[in-house]
Design a protein around this ligand. Structure first.
Ligand SMILES: C[S@@+](CC[C@H](N)C(=O)[O-])C[C@H]1O[C@@H](n2cnc3c(N)ncnc32)[C@H](O)[C@@H]1O
Length: 292
């Protein structure tokens, strides 16, 4: 999909008029929530907060502001995710920096955090947490934010993603309890962890092209592609996880719709017990947990 370079309608002169014109442009490009996204982009281009947007409704834009907004709108028309354009996504009520190297954290993935915390024991327990395929670090850092005595390691095959996760730990004041390494999760990972988290790539290769452009064109391929049936990473992780769990440790894995039963079977065959499936806010089975 090509970004449109159509400038804002000439008749749109004031902030209020430009908001409406921006909304129409994004709606025409097929953006899912044009009202919310146009508001966010106008706020970014004009350096306004929500209150400022209301107060400035009748002010005329400067030429520089129009150009800035045009550039941002063209990116969203090209279906670049809004979080990527803004450079930030909220997850677990915390701000995470996101870049082209990181998956845009999804609200559904908060189910992993909830299931992990429910199995983590007392609040002051000195937990050791491992996050396989950490991306922005959102899963690990959300858990650490809730557990002041916990320590964690995040692993990602993409060094650029590991660097963003490290930066996010710093921004959230969690650097002292979080380490990030770049590497393949299959390569010489050793240690005993009380919680092992993973949101692995789980889309079947043949389905990627049919996903929304925000995902198919803009998310890192390595964050999506799960092999012919979407389950390749689970097969690998099922072989690794038992060796990484401490006694009574829990693994919590995110799954895509329809994968929970198969992933539970893979983990059960690998020796995990007390297998449980957790649903997200839409009622979709989103996580599988099991203990050693
Ligand atoms: C679906 S994304 C999840 C990112 C983040 N945990 C989240 O929930 O938003 C999967 C991540 O796994 C990483 N990954 C894929 N294969 C890997 C491998 N073999 N070893 C380590 N990381 C891998 C990708 O680079 C990507 O960042």
């Amino acid at each position: 999909m090509r970004a449109s370079a159509a400038p804002l309608e000439r008749t749109a002169a004031t902030v209020g008029e430009v908001c409406m014109a921006a909304r129409r442009r994004l709606a025409a490009a097929g953006v899912e929530d044009p009202a919310a996204d146009s508001r966010l982009l106008v706020m970014r281009a004009l350096d306004l907060d929500r209150a400022g947007l209301l107060m400035d409704r009748d002010r005329r834009l400067t030429g520089a502001e129009r150009e800035r907004l045009d550039r941002l709108l063209a990116r969203r028309e090209g279906r670049e995710p809004i979080a990527r354009i803004l450079g930030e996504r909220e997850f677990w009520s915390l701000p995470f920096r996101v870049t082209p190297a990181t998956l845009d954290p999804r609200p559904d993935s908060e189910t992993v955090v909830e299931m992990a915390l429910a199995r983590a024991g007392e609040a002051d327990r000195p937990l050791r947490v491992l996050d396989l395929g950490t991306g922005s670090g959102c899963l690990l850092l959300a858990v650490l934010s809730e557990r002041p005595a916990a320590w964690g390691l995040g692993v990602d095959i993409d060094p650029a993603a590991a660097a963003v996760a490290r930066e996010n730990a710093g921004r959230l004041g969690l650097s002292g309890r979080a380490a990030f390494v770049a590497g393949d999760w299959s390569a010489a990972l050793a240690g005993q962890f009380d919680l092992v988290l993973a949101n692995p790539p789980y889309i079947a290769e043949g389905e990627i092209a049919g996903l929304a452009p925000e995902v198919a064109l803009h998310e890192p391929r390595r964050a999506l592609a799960g092999g012919a049936d979407g389950l390749d990473a689970y097969r690998t992780l099922a072989g690794l996880i038992p060796g990484l769990l401490a006694a009574d440790g829990w693994a919590v894995l995110e799954v895509s719709q329809g994968q929970a039963a198969t992933v539970a079977t893979l983990l059960g065959r690998a020796g995990l017990s007390d297998l449980a499936v957790g649903a997200d806010l839409s009622g979709v089975d989103r996580c599988v947990a099991g203990k050693i």
